[in-house]
Design a protein around this ligand. Structure first.
Ligand code: ARG
Length: 461
Protein backbone atom coordinates (compact mmCIF):
# COMPACT_ATOMS: atom_id res chain seq x y z
CA UNK A 1 0.00 0.00 0.00
CA UNK A 2 1.26 3.46 -0.73
CA UNK A 3 1.74 5.95 2.06
CA UNK A 4 -1.39 7.70 0.88
CA UNK A 5 -3.74 4.76 1.39
CA UNK A 6 -4.61 6.00 4.85
CA UNK A 7 -3.92 9.65 5.29
CA UNK A 8 -1.36 12.36 5.04
CA UNK A 9 -0.14 11.56 8.45
CA UNK A 10 1.99 8.87 6.80
CA UNK A 11 5.24 10.07 5.21
CA UNK A 12 6.85 6.91 3.95
CA UNK A 13 5.50 3.85 2.25
CA UNK A 14 4.93 0.60 4.05
CA UNK A 15 7.79 -1.87 3.91
CA UNK A 16 6.86 -4.35 1.12
CA UNK A 17 7.09 -7.33 3.47
CA UNK A 18 4.82 -5.60 5.95
CA UNK A 19 2.41 -4.64 3.17
CA UNK A 20 2.28 -8.30 2.20
CA UNK A 21 1.86 -9.35 5.82
CA UNK A 22 -0.89 -6.84 6.44
CA UNK A 23 -2.92 -7.40 3.30
CA UNK A 24 -6.06 -9.49 3.16
CA UNK A 25 -6.71 -8.99 -0.55
CA UNK A 26 -5.18 -12.43 -1.16
CA UNK A 27 -8.29 -14.03 0.31
CA UNK A 28 -10.96 -11.43 0.95
CA UNK A 29 -11.88 -11.05 -2.73
CA UNK A 30 -14.29 -13.88 -1.80
CA UNK A 31 -16.35 -11.08 -0.30
CA UNK A 32 -16.34 -8.76 -3.27
CA UNK A 33 -19.94 -9.22 -4.40
CA UNK A 34 -21.13 -8.69 -0.84
CA UNK A 35 -18.90 -5.66 -0.48
CA UNK A 36 -20.44 -4.17 -3.62
CA UNK A 37 -23.98 -4.93 -2.46
CA UNK A 38 -23.29 -3.45 0.98
CA UNK A 39 -21.75 -0.34 -0.58
CA UNK A 40 -24.68 0.12 -2.91
CA UNK A 41 -27.07 0.03 0.04
CA UNK A 42 -24.87 2.53 1.88
CA UNK A 43 -24.78 4.85 -1.16
CA UNK A 44 -28.57 4.70 -1.53
CA UNK A 45 -28.94 5.55 2.12
CA UNK A 46 -26.53 8.52 1.83
CA UNK A 47 -28.69 9.86 -1.00
CA UNK A 48 -31.99 9.17 0.75
CA UNK A 49 -30.90 11.01 3.87
CA UNK A 50 -29.54 13.94 1.85
CA UNK A 51 -25.96 13.36 2.98
CA UNK A 52 -25.10 13.23 -0.73
CA UNK A 53 -27.25 14.31 -3.69
CA UNK A 54 -29.55 11.88 -5.53
CA UNK A 55 -27.33 12.19 -8.61
CA UNK A 56 -24.25 11.37 -6.64
CA UNK A 57 -26.01 8.39 -5.09
CA UNK A 58 -26.97 7.10 -8.50
CA UNK A 59 -23.45 7.55 -9.86
CA UNK A 60 -22.02 5.57 -6.96
CA UNK A 61 -24.55 2.76 -7.29
CA UNK A 62 -23.95 2.50 -11.04
CA UNK A 63 -20.20 2.65 -10.66
CA UNK A 64 -20.33 -0.17 -8.14
CA UNK A 65 -22.45 -2.16 -10.58
CA UNK A 66 -19.83 -1.66 -13.29
CA UNK A 67 -17.20 -3.05 -10.94
CA UNK A 68 -19.45 -6.05 -10.36
CA UNK A 69 -19.75 -6.72 -14.11
CA UNK A 70 -16.02 -6.21 -14.63
CA UNK A 71 -15.30 -8.59 -11.79
CA UNK A 72 -17.61 -11.25 -13.17
CA UNK A 73 -15.89 -11.00 -16.53
CA UNK A 74 -12.51 -11.43 -14.91
CA UNK A 75 -11.54 -7.84 -15.58
CA UNK A 76 -11.14 -6.66 -12.02
CA UNK A 77 -8.13 -8.25 -10.37
CA UNK A 78 -6.73 -5.80 -7.85
CA UNK A 79 -3.12 -6.20 -6.75
CA UNK A 80 -1.69 -6.42 -3.27
CA UNK A 81 -1.29 -2.63 -3.40
CA UNK A 82 -4.96 -2.34 -2.54
CA UNK A 83 -4.50 -4.02 0.89
CA UNK A 84 -8.03 -5.36 1.06
CA UNK A 85 -11.18 -5.76 -0.97
CA UNK A 86 -12.73 -2.64 0.56
CA UNK A 87 -9.90 -0.33 -0.49
CA UNK A 88 -9.71 -2.04 -3.86
CA UNK A 89 -13.37 -1.35 -4.59
CA UNK A 90 -13.25 2.24 -3.36
CA UNK A 91 -10.16 3.00 -5.36
CA UNK A 92 -11.56 1.46 -8.51
CA UNK A 93 -14.82 3.34 -8.02
CA UNK A 94 -12.99 6.64 -7.92
CA UNK A 95 -11.10 5.70 -11.08
CA UNK A 96 -14.41 4.95 -12.75
CA UNK A 97 -16.67 7.79 -11.58
CA UNK A 98 -14.18 10.45 -10.52
CA UNK A 99 -14.19 12.61 -7.40
CA UNK A 100 -17.67 11.58 -6.27
CA UNK A 101 -16.28 8.09 -5.64
CA UNK A 102 -14.50 9.59 -2.68
CA UNK A 103 -17.84 10.29 -1.04
CA UNK A 104 -18.79 6.62 -0.72
CA UNK A 105 -17.04 6.15 2.59
CA UNK A 106 -18.95 9.00 4.28
CA UNK A 107 -20.39 7.91 7.62
CA UNK A 108 -18.88 4.45 7.37
CA UNK A 109 -15.76 2.57 8.43
CA UNK A 110 -14.14 -0.55 7.11
CA UNK A 111 -15.04 -2.02 10.47
CA UNK A 112 -18.79 -1.96 10.00
CA UNK A 113 -18.25 -2.57 6.29
CA UNK A 114 -16.33 -5.82 6.72
CA UNK A 115 -18.78 -6.98 9.37
CA UNK A 116 -21.59 -6.43 6.91
CA UNK A 117 -19.72 -8.29 4.16
CA UNK A 118 -19.05 -11.42 6.20
CA UNK A 119 -22.62 -11.60 7.39
CA UNK A 120 -24.01 -11.28 3.85
CA UNK A 121 -21.53 -13.92 2.72
CA UNK A 122 -22.38 -16.33 5.53
CA UNK A 123 -26.07 -15.83 4.96
CA UNK A 124 -25.72 -17.10 1.38
CA UNK A 125 -23.51 -19.96 2.44
CA UNK A 126 -25.94 -21.05 5.14
CA UNK A 127 -28.76 -21.09 2.60
CA UNK A 128 -26.61 -23.27 0.32
CA UNK A 129 -25.61 -25.58 3.17
CA UNK A 130 -29.20 -26.05 4.22
CA UNK A 131 -30.12 -26.99 0.65
CA UNK A 132 -27.27 -29.48 0.61
CA UNK A 133 -28.45 -31.00 3.88
CA UNK A 134 -31.89 -31.45 2.36
CA UNK A 135 -30.32 -33.20 -0.64
CA UNK A 136 -28.41 -35.51 1.67
CA UNK A 137 -31.64 -36.23 3.53
CA UNK A 138 -33.45 -36.95 0.28
CA UNK A 139 -30.83 -39.54 -0.68
CA UNK A 140 -30.89 -41.12 2.78
CA UNK A 141 -34.66 -41.27 2.62
CA UNK A 142 -34.77 -42.91 -0.78
CA UNK A 143 -32.15 -45.47 0.28
CA UNK A 144 -34.13 -46.13 3.45
CA UNK A 145 -37.33 -46.63 1.47
CA UNK A 146 -35.57 -49.30 -0.60
CA UNK A 147 -34.25 -51.09 2.47
CA UNK A 148 -37.08 -51.36 4.96
CA UNK A 149 -36.93 -55.16 4.84
CA UNK A 150 -33.17 -55.40 4.52
CA UNK A 151 -31.69 -56.26 7.90
CA UNK A 152 -28.32 -55.19 9.21
CA UNK A 153 -26.60 -56.14 12.45
CA UNK A 154 -26.97 -53.43 15.06
CA UNK A 155 -23.99 -52.85 17.32
CA UNK A 156 -23.12 -51.52 20.71
CA UNK A 157 -19.41 -51.37 21.57
CA UNK A 158 -19.00 -52.51 17.94
CA UNK A 159 -20.21 -55.93 19.13
CA UNK A 160 -23.29 -57.47 17.58
CA UNK A 161 -26.26 -56.37 19.66
CA UNK A 162 -29.66 -56.63 17.97
CA UNK A 163 -30.55 -56.71 14.28
CA UNK A 164 -32.06 -53.64 12.67
CA UNK A 165 -33.98 -52.64 9.63
CA UNK A 166 -31.36 -51.01 7.42
CA UNK A 167 -33.89 -48.22 6.85
CA UNK A 168 -33.86 -47.53 10.60
CA UNK A 169 -30.09 -47.24 10.55
CA UNK A 170 -30.14 -44.85 7.58
CA UNK A 171 -32.92 -42.78 9.09
CA UNK A 172 -30.77 -42.17 12.16
CA UNK A 173 -28.54 -40.09 9.87
CA UNK A 174 -31.60 -38.42 8.40
CA UNK A 175 -32.45 -37.24 11.92
CA UNK A 176 -28.94 -35.89 12.49
CA UNK A 177 -29.10 -33.98 9.21
CA UNK A 178 -32.48 -32.60 10.25
CA UNK A 179 -30.98 -31.22 13.45
CA UNK A 180 -28.07 -29.80 11.47
CA UNK A 181 -30.52 -28.05 9.18
CA UNK A 182 -32.42 -26.65 12.15
CA UNK A 183 -29.22 -25.61 13.90
CA UNK A 184 -28.10 -23.63 10.87
CA UNK A 185 -31.49 -21.96 10.86
CA UNK A 186 -30.92 -20.93 14.47
CA UNK A 187 -27.48 -19.57 13.64
CA UNK A 188 -28.98 -17.63 10.76
CA UNK A 189 -31.04 -15.58 13.18
CA UNK A 190 -27.84 -14.18 14.65
CA UNK A 191 -25.91 -13.94 11.38
CA UNK A 192 -28.63 -11.89 9.78
CA UNK A 193 -28.18 -8.75 11.87
CA UNK A 194 -26.82 -5.52 10.44
CA UNK A 195 -23.73 -3.82 11.87
CA UNK A 196 -23.72 -1.30 9.01
CA UNK A 197 -23.66 2.24 10.36
CA UNK A 198 -21.87 1.34 13.58
CA UNK A 199 -18.95 3.23 12.06
CA UNK A 200 -15.46 2.60 13.35
CA UNK A 201 -16.78 1.91 16.82
CA UNK A 202 -18.92 4.77 18.11
CA UNK A 203 -21.47 5.51 15.41
CA UNK A 204 -21.23 8.56 13.17
CA UNK A 205 -21.88 12.29 13.18
CA UNK A 206 -23.91 12.00 9.96
CA UNK A 207 -27.69 11.58 10.05
CA UNK A 208 -27.52 8.11 8.58
CA UNK A 209 -30.46 5.70 8.48
CA UNK A 210 -29.34 2.30 9.67
CA UNK A 211 -32.83 0.88 9.47
CA UNK A 212 -32.95 1.68 5.78
CA UNK A 213 -29.66 -0.05 4.92
CA UNK A 214 -30.65 -3.04 7.04
CA UNK A 215 -33.91 -3.26 5.14
CA UNK A 216 -32.23 -2.88 1.75
CA UNK A 217 -29.85 -5.69 2.60
CA UNK A 218 -32.58 -7.95 3.93
CA UNK A 219 -31.24 -8.08 7.46
CA UNK A 220 -33.67 -9.24 10.12
CA UNK A 221 -32.52 -6.63 12.61
CA UNK A 222 -29.66 -4.36 13.57
CA UNK A 223 -27.04 -4.22 16.29
CA UNK A 224 -28.23 -1.99 19.08
CA UNK A 225 -24.73 -1.12 20.28
CA UNK A 226 -22.11 0.17 17.85
CA UNK A 227 -19.16 -1.23 19.83
CA UNK A 228 -20.74 -4.66 19.90
CA UNK A 229 -21.73 -4.38 16.25
CA UNK A 230 -18.20 -3.97 14.94
CA UNK A 231 -16.49 -6.41 17.27
CA UNK A 232 -18.96 -9.26 17.59
CA UNK A 233 -17.96 -12.53 15.97
CA UNK A 234 -20.25 -14.77 18.04
CA UNK A 235 -22.12 -15.55 14.88
CA UNK A 236 -18.93 -16.81 13.23
CA UNK A 237 -18.16 -19.04 16.20
CA UNK A 238 -21.70 -20.37 16.23
CA UNK A 239 -21.50 -21.05 12.55
CA UNK A 240 -18.21 -22.92 12.96
CA UNK A 241 -19.77 -24.90 15.80
CA UNK A 242 -22.79 -25.85 13.71
CA UNK A 243 -20.42 -26.75 10.87
CA UNK A 244 -18.40 -28.91 13.25
CA UNK A 245 -21.48 -30.85 14.30
CA UNK A 246 -22.32 -31.46 10.64
CA UNK A 247 -18.80 -32.83 10.22
CA UNK A 248 -19.20 -35.09 13.26
CA UNK A 249 -22.22 -36.64 11.58
CA UNK A 250 -20.60 -36.97 8.17
CA UNK A 251 -17.50 -38.43 9.75
CA UNK A 252 -19.44 -41.05 11.69
CA UNK A 253 -21.32 -42.05 8.56
CA UNK A 254 -18.02 -42.09 6.69
CA UNK A 255 -16.49 -44.34 9.32
CA UNK A 256 -19.39 -46.78 9.05
CA UNK A 257 -19.11 -46.92 5.26
CA UNK A 258 -15.38 -47.58 5.55
CA UNK A 259 -16.09 -50.47 7.93
CA UNK A 260 -18.93 -51.79 5.80
CA UNK A 261 -16.74 -51.78 2.69
CA UNK A 262 -14.03 -53.89 4.34
CA UNK A 263 -13.83 -57.62 3.64
CA UNK A 264 -14.43 -58.19 7.34
CA UNK A 265 -17.89 -56.63 7.17
CA UNK A 266 -18.63 -56.85 3.47
CA UNK A 267 -21.95 -55.02 3.83
CA UNK A 268 -21.43 -52.66 0.88
CA UNK A 269 -19.66 -52.71 -2.41
CA UNK A 270 -17.90 -49.56 -3.59
CA UNK A 271 -18.78 -48.51 -7.09
CA UNK A 272 -16.09 -47.33 -9.45
CA UNK A 273 -17.41 -43.77 -9.75
CA UNK A 274 -16.60 -42.92 -6.14
CA UNK A 275 -13.65 -45.11 -5.19
CA UNK A 276 -10.00 -45.26 -6.07
CA UNK A 277 -7.27 -47.82 -6.68
CA UNK A 278 -3.79 -48.42 -5.42
CA UNK A 279 -0.61 -47.66 -7.33
CA UNK A 280 0.85 -51.03 -6.38
CA UNK A 281 -1.87 -53.42 -5.17
CA UNK A 282 -4.00 -54.26 -8.18
CA UNK A 283 -6.79 -55.82 -6.14
CA UNK A 284 -7.51 -52.66 -4.14
CA UNK A 285 -10.55 -50.46 -4.20
CA UNK A 286 -10.35 -47.79 -1.55
CA UNK A 287 -13.05 -45.75 0.17
CA UNK A 288 -11.21 -42.47 -0.32
CA UNK A 289 -14.35 -40.33 -0.16
CA UNK A 290 -15.47 -41.28 3.36
CA UNK A 291 -11.86 -41.31 4.51
CA UNK A 292 -11.33 -37.76 3.26
CA UNK A 293 -14.55 -36.64 4.89
CA UNK A 294 -13.38 -38.17 8.17
CA UNK A 295 -10.03 -36.46 7.74
CA UNK A 296 -11.37 -33.05 6.79
CA UNK A 297 -13.45 -33.07 9.95
CA UNK A 298 -10.26 -32.17 11.81
CA UNK A 299 -9.76 -28.92 9.98
CA UNK A 300 -13.30 -27.76 10.60
CA UNK A 301 -12.91 -28.48 14.33
CA UNK A 302 -9.62 -26.59 14.12
CA UNK A 303 -11.32 -23.52 12.68
CA UNK A 304 -13.84 -23.53 15.53
CA UNK A 305 -11.01 -23.69 18.05
CA UNK A 306 -9.14 -21.02 16.09
CA UNK A 307 -12.06 -18.61 16.13
CA UNK A 308 -12.68 -19.10 19.83
CA UNK A 309 -9.04 -18.44 20.57
CA UNK A 310 -8.98 -15.46 18.21
CA UNK A 311 -11.70 -13.74 20.21
CA UNK A 312 -10.86 -14.57 23.79
CA UNK A 313 -8.46 -11.76 24.56
CA UNK A 314 -9.70 -8.96 22.36
CA UNK A 315 -10.49 -5.64 24.00
CA UNK A 316 -13.34 -3.72 22.44
CA UNK A 317 -13.80 -2.85 19.70
CA UNK A 318 -12.19 -3.66 16.31
CA UNK A 319 -8.71 -5.18 16.37
CA UNK A 320 -6.76 -6.27 13.35
CA UNK A 321 -6.82 -9.79 14.75
CA UNK A 322 -10.34 -9.95 13.38
CA UNK A 323 -8.97 -10.14 9.86
CA UNK A 324 -8.05 -13.71 10.79
CA UNK A 325 -11.71 -14.73 10.93
CA UNK A 326 -11.98 -14.84 7.15
CA UNK A 327 -9.82 -17.75 6.08
CA UNK A 328 -11.25 -19.83 8.91
CA UNK A 329 -14.78 -19.14 7.73
CA UNK A 330 -14.04 -19.52 4.03
CA UNK A 331 -12.30 -22.84 4.56
CA UNK A 332 -15.05 -24.07 6.88
CA UNK A 333 -17.66 -23.26 4.25
CA UNK A 334 -15.70 -24.80 1.37
CA UNK A 335 -14.87 -27.92 3.36
CA UNK A 336 -18.38 -28.62 4.63
CA UNK A 337 -19.95 -27.89 1.26
CA UNK A 338 -17.44 -30.17 -0.44
CA UNK A 339 -17.99 -32.97 2.07
CA UNK A 340 -21.77 -32.75 1.82
CA UNK A 341 -21.62 -32.94 -1.95
CA UNK A 342 -19.22 -35.89 -1.94
CA UNK A 343 -21.14 -37.84 0.71
CA UNK A 344 -24.43 -37.29 -1.06
CA UNK A 345 -22.94 -38.60 -4.31
CA UNK A 346 -21.36 -41.51 -2.50
CA UNK A 347 -24.71 -42.58 -1.06
CA UNK A 348 -26.47 -41.95 -4.34
CA UNK A 349 -24.19 -43.90 -6.64
CA UNK A 350 -20.99 -44.79 -4.87
CA UNK A 351 -22.07 -47.70 -2.72
CA UNK A 352 -24.39 -50.67 -3.05
CA UNK A 353 -25.61 -52.69 -0.10
CA UNK A 354 -25.09 -56.46 -0.33
CA UNK A 355 -28.39 -57.99 0.83
CA UNK A 356 -27.08 -61.56 0.90
CA UNK A 357 -24.11 -60.69 3.06
CA UNK A 358 -26.37 -58.71 5.35
CA UNK A 359 -28.89 -61.52 5.58
CA UNK A 360 -26.14 -63.96 6.34
CA UNK A 361 -24.72 -61.65 8.99
CA UNK A 362 -27.96 -61.27 10.92
CA UNK A 363 -28.66 -65.03 10.75
CA UNK A 364 -25.36 -66.19 12.14
CA UNK A 365 -25.02 -64.64 15.56
CA UNK A 366 -26.62 -64.39 18.97
CA UNK A 367 -28.24 -61.02 18.39
CA UNK A 368 -31.60 -62.70 19.04
CA UNK A 369 -30.65 -63.62 22.62
CA UNK A 370 -32.57 -60.69 24.07
CA UNK A 371 -35.64 -62.00 22.32
CA UNK A 372 -35.37 -65.36 24.04
CA UNK A 373 -35.25 -63.59 27.38
CA UNK A 374 -38.17 -61.37 26.33
CA UNK A 375 -40.08 -64.52 25.28
CA UNK A 376 -39.77 -66.00 28.75
CA UNK A 377 -40.45 -62.69 30.45
CA UNK A 378 -43.66 -62.36 28.42
CA UNK A 379 -44.66 -65.75 29.83
CA UNK A 380 -44.24 -64.54 33.38
CA UNK A 381 -40.63 -65.47 34.10
CA UNK A 382 -39.04 -62.44 35.81
CA UNK A 383 -36.79 -60.76 33.25
CA UNK A 384 -33.59 -60.98 35.29
CA UNK A 385 -34.13 -64.73 35.79
CA UNK A 386 -34.81 -65.21 32.07
CA UNK A 387 -31.71 -63.17 31.27
CA UNK A 388 -29.50 -65.44 33.41
CA UNK A 389 -31.02 -68.55 31.87
CA UNK A 390 -30.39 -67.34 28.32
CA UNK A 391 -26.82 -66.41 29.24
CA UNK A 392 -26.32 -70.08 30.11
CA UNK A 393 -27.87 -71.16 26.83
CA UNK A 394 -25.59 -68.86 24.83
CA UNK A 395 -22.58 -70.23 26.67
CA UNK A 396 -23.41 -73.89 26.05
CA UNK A 397 -24.46 -73.20 22.42
CA UNK A 398 -21.20 -71.40 21.72
CA UNK A 399 -19.30 -74.35 23.18
CA UNK A 400 -21.31 -76.74 21.00
CA UNK A 401 -20.81 -74.59 17.91
CA UNK A 402 -24.53 -74.02 17.62
CA UNK A 403 -26.75 -71.00 17.14
CA UNK A 404 -29.99 -70.55 19.08
CA UNK A 405 -32.06 -71.52 16.05
CA UNK A 406 -30.24 -74.90 16.00
CA UNK A 407 -31.59 -76.01 19.38
CA UNK A 408 -34.32 -78.65 19.26
CA UNK A 409 -37.65 -78.07 20.96
CA UNK A 410 -36.67 -80.67 23.60
CA UNK A 411 -33.50 -78.77 24.33
CA UNK A 412 -35.52 -75.57 24.71
CA UNK A 413 -37.97 -77.26 27.04
CA UNK A 414 -35.18 -78.68 29.14
CA UNK A 415 -33.98 -75.14 29.63
CA UNK A 416 -37.46 -73.99 30.65
CA UNK A 417 -40.85 -75.68 30.27
CA UNK A 418 -42.42 -72.42 29.07
CA UNK A 419 -40.76 -72.76 25.65
CA UNK A 420 -43.08 -73.83 22.86
CA UNK A 421 -42.73 -74.30 19.10
CA UNK A 422 -43.30 -70.60 18.47
CA UNK A 423 -39.85 -69.87 19.93
CA UNK A 424 -38.40 -70.42 16.43
CA UNK A 425 -40.53 -67.64 14.99
CA UNK A 426 -39.70 -65.39 17.88
CA UNK A 427 -35.96 -65.62 17.26
CA UNK A 428 -36.02 -65.38 13.45
CA UNK A 429 -34.22 -62.12 12.53
CA UNK A 430 -37.19 -60.70 10.63
CA UNK A 431 -39.42 -61.25 13.67
CA UNK A 432 -36.77 -59.96 16.06
CA UNK A 433 -36.84 -56.68 14.17
CA UNK A 434 -40.60 -56.59 13.66
CA UNK A 435 -41.21 -57.12 17.37
CA UNK A 436 -39.44 -53.88 18.37
CA UNK A 437 -42.54 -51.90 17.69
CA UNK A 438 -42.16 -49.40 20.51
CA UNK A 439 -42.30 -45.75 19.40
CA UNK A 440 -39.06 -44.88 17.62
CA UNK A 441 -37.96 -48.51 17.51
CA UNK A 442 -36.74 -50.54 14.55
CA UNK A 443 -40.00 -52.50 14.13
CA UNK A 444 -41.15 -52.30 10.50
CA UNK A 445 -44.35 -50.54 11.46
CA UNK A 446 -42.37 -47.87 13.30
CA UNK A 447 -39.94 -47.54 10.41
CA UNK A 448 -42.77 -47.09 7.92
CA UNK A 449 -44.20 -44.37 10.12
CA UNK A 450 -40.77 -42.72 10.45
CA UNK A 451 -40.41 -42.74 6.68
CA UNK A 452 -43.71 -40.93 6.33
CA UNK A 453 -42.73 -38.30 8.86
CA UNK A 454 -39.36 -37.88 7.14
CA UNK A 455 -41.04 -37.45 3.77
CA UNK A 456 -43.25 -34.73 5.19
CA UNK A 457 -40.28 -32.98 6.76
CA UNK A 458 -38.54 -32.91 3.40
CA UNK A 459 -41.58 -31.53 1.63
CA UNK A 460 -41.97 -28.76 4.18
CA UNK A 461 -38.39 -27.55 3.86
N1 ARG B 1 -9.22 -6.26 6.06
C1 ARG B 1 -9.82 -5.90 7.29
C2 ARG B 1 -10.41 -7.13 7.97
O1 ARG B 1 -10.50 -8.12 7.33
C3 ARG B 1 -10.87 -4.92 7.06
C4 ARG B 1 -11.16 -4.05 8.22
C5 ARG B 1 -10.01 -3.20 8.49
N2 ARG B 1 -10.27 -2.22 9.48
C6 ARG B 1 -9.27 -1.63 10.10
N3 ARG B 1 -9.58 -0.75 10.98
N4 ARG B 1 -8.01 -1.89 9.85
O2 ARG B 1 -10.78 -7.13 9.11
Amino acid sequence: ASAQTWSHRFDTALHPAIAQFNASIGFDMTLIEYDLTGSQAHAKMLAKTGIISPDEGETLVKGLETIRQDYRQGQFRPSIEAEDVHFAVERRLTELVGEVGKKLHTGRSRNDQVGTDIRLYLRDQIIRLRQQLKQLQAVLLSLAAQHIDTLIPGYTHLQRAQPLSLAHHLLAYFEMAQRDWERLGDVMARVNVSPLGCGALAGTTFPIDRHYTAELLGFGGLYANSLDGVSDRDFAIEFAAAASVIMVHLSRLGEEIILWASDEFGFVRLNDSCSTGSSIMPQKKNPDVPELVRGKTGRVFGHLQGLLTLMKGLPLAYNKDLQEDKEALFDTVATVQGCLEAMTLLLQQGIAFRPQRLQQAVSSDFSNATDVADYLAAKGVPFREAYDLVGQVVKTSLAAGKLLKDLSLEEWQQIHPAFEADIYDAIAPQQVVAARNSYGGTGFEQVRHALQVARRQLEQA
